[in-house]
Design a protein around this ligand. Structure first.
Ligand SMILES: O=P(O)(O)OC[C@H]1O[C@](O)(CO)[C@@H](O)[C@@H]1O
Length: 527
């Protein structure tokens, strides 16, 4: 398997970038090719993607697809899906796709469906049990972001009466205000942790249990359940109802496993199965569609083109659906924990950039905050718009405003406005004292700024499942091309170890042997 920079296609792309890519102009590309929108629209299950407002043409795509083939992308993908130990540094397979495959069609099927059926039956029982008014998921990272994002997105599928809460931060300001509002005998706590050792989760679980007992709670066994691979540790904590999963489910890929319990309680088993079905449909697309029409593969290639040739270090995600408010945070873990790596699978330092910074907010809110920089700042930041055709509220006029904003932003990023065009506009009165040609500079936009727009018919369990799986496979694609292990996360370990060393010093105030800055700050925080 070749790393991207060791292929002939990489060299060809370098030449192509110098000759055409650098000076590529979207406005000219649309003027030259009337069929550009149609040719660069990809129909994947539940997701339509308009790639036409990106800085590439048929020749670029041709070289990128050559690169994918030379890197053995399809072979790497097949190894992933077969359950080979592609997570080399941890000696593990990576099989989140098996969690959403129909019975008998993927590795570990009996185990997967056994836990799934058990978990969904329990979830439906909780939904029907009106004695539970509040469900609290205690977990962090992958044991929080996925379930939280999905529950928020599918709020219209939840039934009223039960409230879902997510507590993640070791900061007591997360848990304490919530507990004040809860009745212990009407609350279910889900302690969600793949390892059941994570400091934040264990601290919050302990605090919740202490509160439960001191606030008059009865029957811990009914009010605390766990979702974990470490059933012994959950039992030692005193939890007898546990839904398990396996080491081949990465934390950031785990919402499809027992970690999805809060989702299942929120939307019910039938809808949870729809979520899985949507993801499975995208899995099949990724596994079977030719690379030319394979949406996750094309997105991964586009990421490489932007990161390694155009030098863009960031990508902004703008979901034009308030339900997807937590999607950017979810994608930050998915993408940056997966591909924020600086050595390849053989431990060799990489001579090129890997994961971009992924960030964003729902539209239209972002427009009134940082879109200024996207339009007129000095950095080019590709933007990803997500538009949903049919809302789940009744206000068509308001939805039209949302969609018009979404389309207008990608249009403005692409078209821009020249100083000459700006000069023809009537200046606002407040700016009248500025020379018109100076004002025109301020009011002009460079344009030619790339974006992708995804369209969903509606935000449903099925479409959301497909959308998330699309992102997972896209991250796999760019990681595979870069030659990195997208499935470990050693970068989180050093901070954890140093935290454990510092912890006793917070109580004792001992600063001996610390660097001057850490010692000074510790003194300031403890004196
Ligand atoms: O589910 P756990 O084991 O508590 O881990 C939580 C999170 O911590 C990490 O291991 C590192 O931050 C993530 O990969 C993971 O999702």
């Amino acid at each position: 398997m070749k790393r991207c920079d060791q292929t002939a296609a990489w060299a060809a792309l370098q030449g192509h970038y110098q000759a055409h890519g650098r000076g590529f102009d979207l406005r000219e590309a649309f003027a030259r090719d009337a069929g550009r929108y149609t040719a660069m629209g990809i129909e994947a299950p539940e997701v339509y993607a308009d790639l036409s407002k990106n800085l590439l043409d048929t020749a670029t795509l041709h070289f990128l697809l050559d690169l994918a083939r030379e890197c053995g992308l399809e072979t790497q993908r097949d190894a992933l899906l077969r359950g080979e130990p592609v997570n080399g540094t941890e000696g593990r397979a990576v099989l989140h796709t098996a969690l959403r495959a129909p019975q008998g069609t993927a590795p570990f099927s009996d185990d997967v469906h056994g836990v799934l059926d058990h978990m969904l039956a329990y979830a439906d029982g909780v939904r029907a049990d009106w004695a539970f008014t509040d469900i609290v998921n205690i977990g962090i990272g992958g044991s929080d972001l996925g379930p939280q994002m999905v529950v928020r997105a599918l709020e219209s599928y939840t039934h009223s009466g039960q409230r879902l809460h997510f507590v993640s931060n070791v900061d007591g300001h997360d848990l304490a205000p919530l507990l004040q509002r809860l009745d212990p005998n009407k609350t279910l706590f889900i302690v969600a942790s793949k390892t059941f050792t994570t400091q934040e989760t264990m601290a919050n679980a302990q605090a919740a249990r202490d509160w439960f007992l001191s606030a008059g709670g009865h029957a811990i066994s009914r009010h605390f359940v766990a979702t974990t691979t470490n059933i012994e540790a959950a039992a030692a904590f005193g939890i007898s109802t546990t839904f398990g999963f396996w080491d081949w489910v990465g934390g950031r890929y785990s919402l499809w496993s027992a970690i999805g319990l809060p989702i299942a309680i929120a939307i019910g088993s039938a809808n949870f199965r729809e979520l899985l079905a949507g993801a499975h449909a995208m899995d099949r697309h990724f596994a079977e569609a030719p690379l030319e029409r394979n949406l996750p593969a094309l997105l991964g290639l586009l990421d490489l083109w932007y990161r390694n040739f155009h030098g863009f270090g960031s990508r902004s995600v703008a979901p034009y659906h308030q339900g997807l408010a937590r999607l950017p945070a979810y994608l930050q873990q998915l993408e940056m924990e997966s591909n924020g790596k600086r050595v390849d699978v053989h431990g060799a330092a990489l001579p090129f950039g890997t994961s971009p910074v992924v960030w964003g907010e729902p539209g239209t809110n972002g427009q009134h905050a940082y879109f200024q920089m996207l339009h007129q700042g000095t950095d080019v930041i590709p933007v990803e718009f997500i538009a949903v055709k049919t809302p789940s509220h009744p206000w068509a006029g308001q939805h039209h405003k949302l969609l018009a904003n979404c389309l207008a932003q990608s249009q403005a990023l692409m078209l821009g406005k020249t100083a000459a065009e700006a000069a023809t506009e009537k200046a606002p009165t407040a700016s009248a004292s500025i020379a018109p040609e100076v004002l025109a500079q301020h009011r002009s936009f460079p344009g030619n700024r790339p974006s992708t727009t995804f369209v969903l018919e509606a935000l449903t369990p099925r479409s959301l499942g497909a959308l998330v799986a699309m992102y997972e496979h896209r991250v796999f694609t760019s990681g595979a091309l870069w030659g990195i292990n997208s499935f470990d996360q050693w970068g989180v370990e050093l901070g954890k170890a140093l935290c454990n060393q510092l912890l006793p010093r917070l109580a004792s105030g001992d600063t001996a042997g610390l660097d001057a800055s850490t010692a000074g700050l510790l003194r300031r925080l403890t004196a």
